[in-house]
Design a protein around this ligand. Structure first.
Ligand SMILES: Cc1cc2nc3c(=O)[nH]c(=O)nc-3n(C[C@H](O)[C@H](O)[C@H](O)COP(=O)(O)OP(=O)(O)OC[C@H]3O[C@@H](n4cnc5c(N)ncnc54)[C@H](O)[C@@H]3O)c2cc1C
Length: 407
């Protein structure tokens, strides 16, 4: 097993002991990562979506990482899936994004909110890796403020018809099924969540976002719903209660992104440690220059500052899973998840920047792992809630009702 990953598992065990079953899952994650390392690098350099992520995760039976064995999944608890995302983060945020969207945002939402029919039809197939899932909340004019979205639905012939545009959707053009959020036509309340098949009449991929500044191995697409027909039974959760689905999914997703960022910092630390012990300038290893040591010390400190709030949020989430009706606990976990994401994403970006500095000119090339992390980590401060939105959320959860500075 990769050295810093086994150290992470040892440290996480201090917060909550992982069972033998959970440890076996993490060994499989590590094996899958070893197989994915080269294809992920090759696709990144070619600026291409990496379809190997799906193939390899399916091969190692990891597409159902977060799904209960009752629905054919692996049954990783929150701390275990957080550690898995940390290991994926060492490879890069492209792998993290694929897993975060399929396993956390979408699969967990179906598991939490779906009817028996939806679980049978979608979750079991998603867990086997037969279908890929995506999560479509953002629109061209609704990002930080999802309540301003324009996608609409209306009842027709015993089902629903959806119209609108979804923007910046990860896995958007490779997904077989997507969770799509929409308002009743002509209304700005009672948002609902729907499971939409990409093969449905009226669903199309309008554009691939190719000109990103990183995250090349992840698919990002704009989607068009034009009189897109959705069967009645594909409403996820209660009709009119889609915001609950959206926000509970993001609570999970943010722990996942925070964990992926811990993995980025780990990989930066490993890469820098190796580099400073082999590169000689001014007659000695650069690791013996004190100003270079400062960079390494900063990355090591960042790792610990990112690790613990993330593990803590994951452990608290396992408590919430056991007590889903405890609203006070839910608010606390929401707060911890926002803190984990805000702290870890910022520190991942700063660590990658320091690592690039230590690598010098080679660090400015995408052939170096640290440059790829620098390009990728930037997006972790934007998607699933920007730095600013996380800060507002943290403040309002501490201050309580009446202090929400955003909707
Ligand atoms: C690569 C990528 C993948 C993505 N994947 C998905 C996905 O799978 N599904 C999905 O639904 N979305 C996805 N997104 C969208 C992402 O969640 C949004 O980009 C993000 O929520 C920010 O929205 P925005 O881009 O519209 O920025 P805006 O909301 O326009 O924000 C612009 C700036 O204004 C600030 N701001 C906005 N409101 C406030 C406020 N009240 N107070 C202070 N500052 C504020 C923001 O923090 C930001 O700095 C993805 C985005 C990217 C880049």
């Amino acid at each position: 097993m990769e050295g810093s990953f086994s150290e992470s598992i040892r440290l996480a065990n201090r917060l909550r002991e992982l069972t033998d079953e959970q440890l076996v899952i993490l060994e499989r994650v590590d094996e899958a990562c070893q197989e994915l390392l080269l294809p992920e690098f090759e696709h990144y350099i070619a600026h291409q979506y990496n379809p190997e992520t799906h193939r390899v995760l399916k091969k190692y039976n990891l597409m159902g990482l977060t799904v209960s064995p009752k629905y054919g999944g692996v049954g990783a608890d929150s701390l275990t899936w957080a550690l898995a995302l940390e290991r994926y983060g060492q490879l890069g945020l492209g792998v993290v994004t694929f897993v975060d969207v399929h396993c956390l945002l979408a699969s967990l939402a179906i598991q939490q909110w779906g009817s028996d029919y939806l679980k049978e039809r979608y979750l079991t197939r998603a867990a086997k890796g037969e279908v890929v899932l995506a999560y479509g909340l953002t629109e061209p004019e609704a990002g930080s403020e999802p309540t301003s979205l324009k996608t609409s639905y209306e009842e027709e012939d015993g089902g629903y018809v959806l119209n609108g545009t979804k923007y910046l959707i990860s896995n958007g053009s490779v997904a077989d099924s997507l969770i799509i959020f929409a308002y009743p036509k002509g209304k700005k309340e009672e948002m609902s969540a729907f499971l939409v098949d990409s093969k449905s009449e009226g669903f199309s991929v309008a554009m691939h976002l190719e000109e990103k500044i990183g995250l090349f191995t992840s698919d990002t697409a704009m989607l068009e719903l034009s009189n897109c027909k959705v069967p009645k039974e594909n409403v996820l959760g209660q009709l009119g209660k889609g915001l609950h689905v959206a926000y509970s999914a993001l609570l999970n997703g943010r722990i996942g992104i925070g964990s992926g960022c811990v993995g980025i910092i780990e990989d930066c630390l490993n890469s820098v440690t190796e580099r400073v012990k082999s590169r000689v300038q001014h007659g000695k290893l650069i690791g013996k220059h004190q100003l270079v040591q400062r960079h390494l010390a900063n990355i090591a400190m960042n790792l610990e500052m990112a690790r613990w709030p993330t593990y803590f949020a994951a452990v608290e989430k396992t408590r919430l899973d056991a007590n889903p009706a405890d609203l006070e606990l839910r608010n606390r976990v929401d707060l911890q998840s926002a803190i984990a994401k805000r702290v870890a994403s910022r520190l991942a970006y700063e660590s990658a920047d320091s690592a690039v500095q230590v690598f010098g000119g080679f660090g400015y090339s995408l052939l170096s792992p640290v440059a790829r992390h620098l390009c990728d980590a930037r997006v972790a401060r934007i998607y699933e809630g920007t730095d600013e939105i996380m800060e507002l959320k943290i403040a309002s959860l501490i201050l309580g009702k009446g202090f929400e500075a955003y909707s």
